[in-house]
Design a protein around this ligand. Structure first.
Ligand SMILES: [Zn+2]
Length: 159
């Protein structure tokens, strides 16, 4: 399940508004919606393969995604309560926000709130780049226990 974002990174126009929203929003609502999607996807997958338990969920989340990682574990546990994913571990990899210069190909970090970073450090071209990383939201892997594995394990325990 790979998810590649190809959108072009542009400096945001309504920077002031975005900042105000960020500061003013209730941080938990956003993560809650996101984790709801994660739990749904995980359970959907687990259902398709007839898993009896979800062990580990591996996610890649770009650093430019507005996500507070500290909330994720507890929200996942809360939303997955009573399901086979209830005790699953979340393993999150964050990728930095970088762009690739359209002129020379140099990959560099930008800060969407700082215009001085929108210039290629090698060829000095301004605002001519495409997103390289930082907006990902992808599942790398979902580890599950299948019925036959669970059976093998209980036999081991019994023996
Ligand atoms: Zn360049």
């Amino acid at each position: 399940m790979q998810n590649t974002t190809t959108a072009t990174a542009r400096p945001l126009r309504s920077i002031g508004g975005v900042r105000a929203n960020r500061a003013g929003r209730n941080p938990t609502m956003h993560e809650m919606a996101l984790m709801r999607t994660v739990v749904d996807t995980v359970l959907d997958y687990a259902g398709k393969v007839d898993a009896v338990e979800v062990k580990t969920v591996y996610l890649t989340i770009g650093l430019n995604r507005d996500v507070v990682e500290a909330y994720m574990d507890s929200m996942f546990a809360f939303l997955a309560r009573g399901t086979i994913a209830e005790h699953a571990d979340l393993v999150v990899r964050r990728t930095p926000y970088t762009v690739a210069c359209n002129q020379c190909g140099r990959i560099f970090h930008i800060d969407v709130y700082d215009a001085t970073t929108w210039v290629c450090p090698r060829c000095k071209t301004e605002r001519d780049y495409k997103l390289h990383s930082g907006m990902e939201f992808a599942f790398n892997n979902i580890e599950v226990v299948l019925p036959e594995q669970a059976e093998a394990r209980s036999q081991e325990l019994a023996g």
